[in-house]
Ligand binder design. Structure first.
Ligand code: GLU
Length: 423
């Protein structure tokens, strides 16, 4: 993943998340009480914990788990390891998980976790000790019926295996359903690893005809050639005939007008650690990548990449947000005026949490599905959800993000109203 803070590094993502709720609350006329509930995280746990480093010293790390809303079910969302993690970032990501689960209609609320650390500078042993201690600290508020973590930026199936083991050791028996995104051997699901990218590719395919784009032969630029971005590109290339022309990561980007083979670029990155230096390609910056003239731009890195400063320079016909929060509200307005089709994060990257839901359902039943069943069901959820969002966008004459929020917020607000306020 490309993990460089963009132009908008100073923008507070939680302010963005709250602004997005206000836009929709005004549009659908939510009362002040409901608006306040939807703008507030339900529960926040902040932990400071020591980790023994390889050189024998101890370091104290800060981590968070925020459970934003549980009206529709247990809360769900990843854990990210990154030097720029902050409580407000985790709150925003937890809010976005709430809307994401609602827009694809999963029986979940939303949560997120994060630890301030630089995993690229830590050994595997240090990461294991950090993960196990963080898991122990948040253990009282996670569980398969309460809050279910998953991978996010710089965490993976190994991280989930350590959390599952730590939780299970405390319980005295194996609890696979406490996390998703696990290795297959521990109750992970077929297809979970590629689910975010695959879901994003399905949404692009569905939206393309409405945006005047033919996916076969369409040019693609991917900011953040990591798990989500590279897989979306691979599926768009192999299954739909699109052509990758630009890709980037935290070290920089590459551009080649007549196309870059996704598999070859993946192999180059696996070998060298970056997309930079790919033979025959011109090197470009992350900022230039965003402004490249392409049919489809896939921001698949961090928040705040498309802001009021560069939105006017975006030349793509479709912006498909594989990342969470890459576009700020002011930029949304500019992109809408430019008639660029934005496929918002809470829809475009919901394939990951959708297959997480399938994994959890399989764990709870102890009955596992073949890959074809996972893929077919994922496609069904993504196609249905795109159509739901598109219908609201047409009816209300709003852009897709607002439409997705209308759907999601109505669903969460309905659940809150039906349950009533306790006591
Ligand atoms: N971290 C992913 C996301 O932002 C997946 C979360 C999950 O599977 O729970 O959607």
């Amino acid at each position: 993943m490309s993990l460089v803070p963009g132009d908008g590094a100073q923008i507070n993502p939680f302010e963005t998340a709250r602004k997005q709720v206000d836009i929709v609350a005004d549009l659908i006329g939510l009362d002040d009480g409901m608006r306040a509930m939807l703008k507030s995280p339900k529960r926040e746990l902040s932990v400071n914990f020591p980790v023994r480093m390889d050189d024998g010293s101890y370091r104290v790390f800060n981590g968070y788990r925020v459970q934003y809303n549980m009206a529709r079910g247990p809360s769900k969302g990843g854990i990210r390891y990154h030097p720029q993690v902050s409580l407000d970032e985790v709150r925003a990501l937890a809010a976005w998980m709430t809307w994401k689960c609602a827009v694809v209609d999963l029986p979940y609320g939303g949560a997120k976790g994060g630890v301030i650390c630089d995993p690229k500078k830590m050994s595997k042993g240090e990461l294991e000790r950090l993960t196990r201690r963080f898991a122990s600290e948040i253990l009282p508020i996670i569980g398969p019926e309460m809050d279910i973590p998953a991978p996010d930026v710089y965490t993976d199936s190994q991280t989930m295996a350590w959390i599952m083991d730590t939780y299970s050791m405390q319980k005295g028996y194996s609890v696979p359903g406490v996390v998703t995104g696990k290795p297959i051997s521990l109750g992970g699901s077929q297809g979970r690893g590629e689910a975010t990218g695959r879901g994003c590719a399905y949404v692009i395919r569905e939206a393309a005809p409405h945006a005047g784009v033919k996916v076969k032969g369409a040019s693609l630029a991917v900011q953040g050639f990591g798990n989500a971005g590279s897989i979306a590109a691979r599926i768009l290339q192999d299954e739909q005939g699109a052509k990758l022309v630009a890709a980037s990561d935290s070290k920089g980007g590459v551009y080649k007008a007549d196309g870059i083979n996704v598999g070859a670029l993946e192999a180059h990155k696996a070998k060298t650690g970056s997309v930079t230096g790919f033979a025959g390609a011109k090197s470009i910056s992350n900022a230039e990548l965003l402004e490249t003239k392409v049919d489809v731009l896939i921001p698949a890195a961090l928040e705040n990449q498309i802001t009021s400063k560069n939105a006017d320079k975006i030349q793509a016909k479709i912006v498909a947000e594989a990342a969470n929060g890459p576009t700020v509200p002011e930029a949304d307005t500019i992109l809408f005026q430019k008639r660029i089709t934005v496929l918002p994060d809470i829809l475009a990257n919901a394939g990951g949490v959708t297959v997480s839901y399938f994994e959890w359902a399989q764990d709870i039943q102890g009955y596992f599905w073949p890959l074809s069943e996972v893929t077919n069901r994922l496609e069904g959820v993504m196609v249905r959800s795109y159509n739901d969002v598109h219908k609201v966008a047409e009816e209300k004459r709003v852009h897709n993000r607002t439409a997705a929020y209308v759907l999601a917020i109505q669903r969460v607000a309905d659940a809150i109203r039906m349950r009533g306020i306790y006591p």
